[in-house]
Design a binder for this molecule. Structure first.
Ligand SMILES: *[C@@H]1O[C@H](CO)[C@@H](O)[C@H](O)[C@H]1NC(C)=O
Ligand SMILES: *[C@@H]1O[C@H](CO)[C@@H](O)[C@H](O)[C@H]1NC(C)=O
Ligand SMILES: *[C@@H]1O[C@H](CO)[C@@H](O)[C@H](O)[C@H]1NC(C)=O
Length: 581
């Protein structure tokens, strides 16, 4: 029935163009009941003001891609490790052949394009799979297209002004083809710098106490000052340097004008990882991201220093995401599309991100859209790691709250969420460790038994404050307090799960290095392996500490998985054993 839809697109467009727009019956697609707290209405917008909107199309078979992603990521599946190529993954996204060959398949692209042409709007595809269209138009045209009234709003805390609406419509006939239009009803507070609490540290006074990476036992000084040698000893990082090619590149995401500084990395290595002096990173730029070496970002320096000092010999690229997108959320999707478009020879196999949102601040449509983007990375063999947040059960940062606040994309089942631990072994939970349960994503199979066991063990405590059927996070934990970094030509101690995510990324990249050397596929989407009978023994369970927030003590770390430290802290040697090396 749809055989003609792509073969004779030109004719169809011409025909539909003659039908007046008014013939389209519109239906409300998404709405919010009121202006979300934290934002204030700030009047009308000039009708001729230009805005950029993105239309996220319904993929041809996202459930199919999801099944495939789990299959190639589950050690118990015969397809384990057989990651898809970008072209193979695309078949499940927006696939021309799918539409041509499948009777009754929705003609998503052509139908939506026809609607836009009727309104004299030209769309640009901004994702390799073609599931994301971008349109630039005036506010008055957007109001007509979406049967709405865009206005100005102010984000009160930052003073930042945005153009949004409380409700928008799409033609009834197209509703099933469109996931969401953004930015419309999403009132997302601007991304903020993770609270790393940098405290200046007098390195000179402890130089003589420098820990040698070869120590068999962890020196007591590592409780107060955590340097690369401490981290190597605690988690059994290898001290020999990897010989990775660009095919084992580790990607570090940078946002909000956080620039990683070459001189700070050199200073760090010279003082704390002498064997790696001369190691460096490259910079990739997305959405007009910059590489300003006169403005060192504390978060960016921390991330790059952890990765380069711990994953010695693994090529590192700092991906600087600029603000040339409608809001920070689009940057989270653009980095995925950038990576997918990168040739496999230099494409990162691990991506670590130390920034995030509170889940309730994202509309569910957008949270699902971001999560599906990360799923695509998993499908093609990329491990996607995120810091779990620094506010315990209150989200990315300590805030006032009644119900516990999950972080995003922490609740996405296709990312690996890294929480915080502290001290010399046996480690305890870092109290800031973001953890809890998503309200948007159900508990995935790989952790269902763990989540059920944990909820049984805490009984009624906090019932109603968290979602007992949600995806639990974090998945793992690493050092998140008293971590030494170099920044602005000086030494500092910092904290936060921002420290832990790059540490775990470094460890995974080193496992990938050994796997590649053995002629095996890289790990890709990690969670089904981490939670499997083979993967679990690679973790040291963390059984004490908790993550306070919202006026409570937060969740307790208990025997087994918990929403504070996940499965526990990883051990490199045990991970090698777990993958059979
Ligand atoms: C990298 O190569 C060097 C020199 O051949 C070797 O000493 C080192 O062990 C190799 N590293 C790994 C992780 O295999
Ligand atoms: C690292 O790379 C940058 C950019 O190429 C360069 O300016 C800097 O000198 C390099 N640092 C080292 C230690 O080689
Ligand atoms: C709890 O999570 C489930 C599964 O994701 C979801 O269907 C439900 O709406 C959530 N409940 C609340 C109150 O958000």
């Amino acid at each position: 029935m749809r055989l003609y839809s792509l073969l004779s697109l030109a004719t169809i467009v011409a025909v539909t163009n003659t039908s007046p727009t008014g013939h389209r019956v519109m239906v409300v697609h998404e709405s919010v009941a009121a202006v979300p707290s934290g934002f204030a209405h700030a009047g009308s917008v000039a009708p001729d003001q230009e805005i950029t909107l993105r239309i996220a199309l319904t993929q041809s078979d996202i459930a199919g891609l999801q099944a495939k992603t789990y299959a190639v990521s589950d050690p118990a599946n015969a397809l384990y490790g057989r990651h898809l190529t970008v072209d193979e993954a695309r078949i499940w996204m927006i696939d021309d052949f799918f539409y041509v060959l499948t009777p009754n398949a929705p003609a998503t692209v052509s139908d939506v394009s026809a609607w836009l042409s009727e309104n004299e709007i030209t769309a640009t595809s901004v994702s390799p799979a073609g599931d994301l269209l971008e349109i630039k138009l005036t506010v008055s045209k957007a109001n007509t297209l979406l049967g709405t009234q865009f206005s100005a709003f102010t984000h009160i805390a930052s003073g930042k002004s945005v153009i949004r609406t409380l409700s928008y419509s799409v033609p009834v006939s197209l509703q099933s083809h469109i996931q969401f239009v953004h930015p419309t009803i999403a009132f997302v507070p601007p991304l903020s710098l993770p609270s790393v609490n940098a405290v200046k540290f007098k390195r000179d006074t402890v130089v003589e106490e420098r820990v040698e990476p070869t120590s068999a036992t962890v020196p007591a000084s590592c409780a107060a000052v955590v340097n690369p040698a401490c981290i190597e000893t605690i988690y059994n990082f290898p001290t020999d340097i990897a010989n990775s090619s660009a095919q084992n590149t580790l990607g570090v995401a940078g946002y909000i004008d956080q620039y990683a500084n070459f001189a700070d990395l050199a200073l760090f290595l010279k003082n704390l990882r002498l064997e790696l002096v001369g190691s460096n990173f490259t910079v990739s730029e997305v959405d007009n991201g910059q590489n300003d070496q006169t403005s060192a970002g504390v978060e960016a320096d921390l991330d790059v220093e952890m990765v380069v000092s711990l994953a010695g010999g693994v090529p590192t690229t700092f991906i600087s995401v600029g603000d040339d997108n409608a809001d920070d959320v689009d940057g989270f999707i653009d980095i995925v599309n950038f990576i997918i478009a990168t040739p496999i020879e230099t494409r990162p196999t691990v991506l670590t991100t130390s920034y995030g949102f509170n889940e309730p601040n994202l509309p569910i449509s957008l949270a699902v859209g971001i999560c599906n983007a990360y799923m695509q990375l998993g499908a093609i063999g990329i491990s996607v790691l995120f810091a779990s947040g620094d506010g315990g059960v209150s989200g990315v940062q300590a805030t006032e709250c009644t119900n516990f606040v999950p972080t995003a994309p922490g609740g996405c089942p296709f990312i690996t969420s890294v929480g915080g631990s502290t001290g010399v072994p046996p480690q305890v939970a870092a109290s800031l460790s973001g953890g809890g349960f998503s309200n948007y994503f159900p508990t995935p199979d790989y952790q269902a038994a763990d989540v059920a066991a944990y909820i049984t063990s805490i009984g009624d405590e906090y019932a109603g404050l968290y979602n007992a059927s949600g995806r639990g996070f974090p998945d793992v934990a690493m050092q998140a307090l008293n971590v030494e970094i170099a920044w602005m030509d000086d030494f500092w101690l910092v904290g936060g799960t921002s420290c832990a995510s790059p540490m775990f990324a470094a460890m995974i990249a080193l496992v990938n290095d050994r796997l590649i050397a053995a002629g095996r596929p890289v790990l890709g989407f990690l969670n089904p392996f981490l939670y499997s009978p083979a993967g679990r023994p690679a973790f040291n369970d963390v059984t004490s500490g908790n993550n306070p927030g919202c006026g409570t003590n937060g969740f307790p770390a208990l025997h087994g998985w918990d929403p504070v430290t996940g499965l526990g802290t990883p051990d490199f040697n045990l991970l090698l054993t777990a993958v059979g090396l």
